[in-house]
Design a binder for this molecule. Structure first.
Ligand code: E4P
Length: 218
């Protein structure tokens, strides 16, 4: 399973990247706003740091505008994946940009039927939003499972990129289902390392070790 980091925070990306935890990065207009940076500058910096796909999102509403913006974003670096919304115009832009040799991430996917259209339009990645479906009392994970089944039934090569990941459990469930990629905020990826019994066990070992009066390597 590939891990993408859902942020435009360079320091957070660097910290996870040093540990080999970053296979790619996803950004969106809200994350660019949060970074307080210029989109071209921060995206270029991320692309210099990370070898894998870096998603940068278009903001035009019409296909022609999305294609124009997508080509502009793709000039930043060879590892840019152009992110387009799952609208009819977004699908038109997806087809044109992927035919032109660009990686395309189709975002804001909330149904299996949308995911099927994105695959047929040549998407490199489909981004179903798990957390936002859960927020409505729906089952985001069921959508991941449905898309996995449909893509496997027909051999679609579009990668299932589970997005809007809010918890460690989301990531484990995605791994169980067989999502190709998850994209999660840095804090959620770091939380994967934590367990109360790990902390408790370490506390006990440290206390017992102190009682031995020994030192290692000294
Ligand atoms: C990923 O591509 C999306 O931008 C992101 O995962 C959305 O997450 P959110 O629903 O927590 O904003």
């Amino acid at each position: 399973m590939r891990f993408f980091v859902d942020t435009a925070d360079i320091a957070a990306i660097r910290e996870l990247h040093e540990l080999g935890m970053v296979d790619g990065v996803t950004t969106n207009p809200s994350l660019i706003l949060k970074s307080g940076r210029n989109i071209a500058e921060v995206t270029r910096e991320i692309c210099e740091l990370v070898e894998g796909p870096v998603s940068a999102e278009v903001v035009a509403a019409d296909a022609e505008g999305m294609i124009r913006e997508g080509k502009h974003l793709a000039e930043i670096a060879p590892n840019i994946a152009v992110k387009v919304p799952l609208t009819w115009d977004g699908l038109r832009a997806c087809k044109a940009l992927s035919d032109d040799g660009h990686m395309v991430n189709v975002t804001l996917c909330f149904t299996a039927s949308q995911a099927l259209l994105a695959a047929k339009a040549g998407a490199t990645f489909i981004s179903p939003f798990v957390g936002r479906l859960d927020d409505l009392g729906l089952d985001g994970m069921e959508l991941i499972a449905d898309i996995r089944t449909i893509y496997d039934n027909y051999g679609f090569e579009t990668n299932v990129l589970a997005a809007s990941i809010r918890s460690v459990n989301h990531i484990v469930e995605c791994a169980r289902i067989g999502a190709d990629v998850i994209t999660a905020p840095p804090a959620v990826i770091k939380a994967m390392a934590s367990h109360v019994l790990t902390d408790k066990g370490l506390e006990q070992f440290n206390a017992d070790w102190a009682k031995t009066g020994q030192k290692i390597g000294l």
